[in-house]
Design a protein. Sequence first.
Length: 70
Amino acid sequence: MILEHRIRMIAGTFILVSLALAHWHDGRWLWFTAFVGANLLQSSLTKWCLMEDILRALKWDGPKPVGEGQ
């Protein structure tokens, strides 16, 4: 799985989990949903993503694209 797919999977999971927590536990979990959405918006505008840096630091960024070396 490539890095962009992992980031989308993590963001979607965070949103669904925070919505479920807001529904069944406490509505303040919607702030976490807003945080994830704001980070997605910021990432689209600045081309920088914190989750991408975290996954690369953990070596969970998946296979390298062809021609990008080791």
